[in-house]
Design a protein around this ligand. Structure first.
Ligand code: SAM
Length: 460
């Protein structure tokens, strides 16, 4: 790989004897990884199922390294949201955020959803995850990935961090996976390599200073703010954190004890710093599998620890009128052994029915794309279930549900994902098409023919 001259010079100056090993690693192929969706499957159970040999990622309990010829993106279990393809060092970020079930968490730069899906799994579908992405063209992928994941307690927004900051200090955990110069993407993205320049590093650093200051306004006393980048430039890493700590003394750095992480490098800033910047973590491609990341975990230490959330906000959420609610209830009774969303508040927006998280911030004036889990559409006295609902069902919740169970290697699975009808005798009505016990999507059987409801836009 031909690297920019200024980049090579800088890395030699910083890494000295280690520079050669680092630069050589950039000429080696990137290691592929996947992270198991623990909302649906345990890592142990996945190891039994996976058709590839898997090597654990030391810093992520649900992460695995894959051998070179694996093509996991083509496997039907990927369509069923059983795993996410993620380069291994990126898996350290949500592990550092370490949300607890019930927390209020916000991922401020979330697309395409690598860290957001990881956070959703760690939160066990409890509490609230706001996944925000300001760039319009990137939000769709975020929505699709969170849908495939089966994340229920999620709000997807497309707004600036400054506007979201108006919510104030209400989040237990805030993640700013910042837009950066992407030096850790050089092996994977020719675009990252061609766009890199010293000017880009400087402009990213200036933007990161502003975004981190805004992100901090969302952290409750006692809460956590994680700042991460996939770049090696100290200007965008330790320097941003140093400036932040200087300007915002109510935050302190927490040590990060992730296996495989190297300490941050305050010595590269050319000043002796009191800020304990060696508590930040760096993942290097020549020292551990993955592309490289920088992570800082900051805790807000002033004021009394508060975990009070604003009450559930009604407007602009409308509970469905009884007649429409009844259509949903009938569908649930006919389809599931037990209502998988029994405790979720419901809301009707147009003809779309949603299950909401139990608490929500005030979304008035925030550009919101999805609030909660889309359950389906109410039309002409009928309820039509959504793809999101199928993908949100766990194998346990599918027990007692009418299913059509397909083998991952069968021609039927290929036909289903391609949009074909399937022949399968049985009771008429809605059924969940499954692969190895995981939901892939809906079908509706009539006289032994299963009509295909796999979304047209996702068909192969
Ligand atoms: N967290 C994502 C994941 O794990 O899949 C990757 C996020 S990527 C490193 C940074 C994101 O920041 C991009 O999606 C980009 O569109 C977004 N971004 C760009 N400018 C921004 C800004 N001014 N404020 C907030 N986000 C911004």
């Amino acid at each position: 790989m031909t690297l920019p001259e200024h980049f090579t010079e800088r890395m030699h100056a910083l890494l000295r004897a280690e520079a050669e090993a680092f630069l050589t690693s950039l000429d080696q192929p990137a290691r592929a990884g996947l992270r198991v969706n623990t909302l649906k499957c345990s890592p142990e159970a996945f190891r039994q199922l996976a058709p590839w040999p898997l090597e654990p990622v030391p810093w992520c309990a649900s992460g695995f390294l894959l051998p070179e010829p694996a093509r996991p993106g083509l496997h039907p279990l990927h369509r069923a949201g059983v795993y996410y393809l993620q380069e291994p060092s990126a898996m350290a970020v949500a592990a550092a955020v370490a949300p607890e079930p019930g927390d209020w968490v916000i991922d401020l730069a979330a697309a395409p959803g690598g860290k957001a899906t990881h956070l959703a799994s760690l939160m066990e579908n409890r509490g609230l995850l706001v996944a925000n992405e300001v760039t319009r063209g990137r939000v769709r992928a975020l929505g699709e990935n969170l849908e495939r994941w089966g994340a229920r307690h999620t709000v997807i927004t497309q707004d600036s961090v400054a506007r979201l900051a108006k919510w104030g200090a209400v989040f237990d955990r805030v993640l700013l996976d910042a837009p950066c110069s992407g030096e850790g993407m050089f092996r994977k993205s020719a675009e990252a390599l061609s766009q890199w320049s010293n000017r880009l590093v400087e402009s990213c650093a200036a933007r990161q200073d502003g975004l981190l200051a805004e992100a901090a306004q969302l952290v409750r006393p006692g809460g956590v703010l994680v700042y991460s980048t996939c770049t090696f430039a100290p200007e965008e890493d330790e320097a941003v954190v140093a400036k932040f700590l200087q300007d915002t003394p109510e935050f302190r750095l927490e040590p990060l004890t992730l296996p495989g992480a190297q300490p941050g490098r305050p010595d590269w800033l050319g000043t002796t710093s009191e800020a304990k910047l060696e508590r930040t973590a760096r993942f290097w491609p020549h020292l551990s599998p993955g592309e490289g990341h920088f992570i800082a975990k900051l805790r807000r230490t002033d004021g009394p620890e508060t975990r009070v959330k604003p009450a559930h906000v009604k407007p602009p959420m409308f509970a469905p009128p009884p007649r429409q609610a009844k259509l949903w209830e009938t569908f649930v009774r006919e389809t599931f052994a037990e209502n998988p969303l029994i405790n979720a508040p419901l809301t009707l927006q147009g003809d779309h029915l949603y299950a909401l998280p139990e608490t929500l911030p005030d979304l008035t004036g925030i550009h919101t794309l999805r609030t909660g889990l889309w359950l389906g559409t109410l039309k002409k006295n009928r309820f039509k279930p959504s793809h999101s609902l199928a993908l949100a069902l766990t194998p346990g919740e599918l027990v007692g549900t009418r299913t059509l169970s397909l083998d991952p290697n069968s021609p039927e699975v290929t036909r289903y994902l391609g949009g074909d009808v399937l022949d399968a005798p049985g009771e008429n009505g809605w059924l969940v098409v499954t692969v190895s016990g995981f939901a892939l999507g809906w079908g509706r059987r009539s006289q032994g023919v299963v009509k295909n409801f796999y979304p047209k836009g996702l068909r192969r």
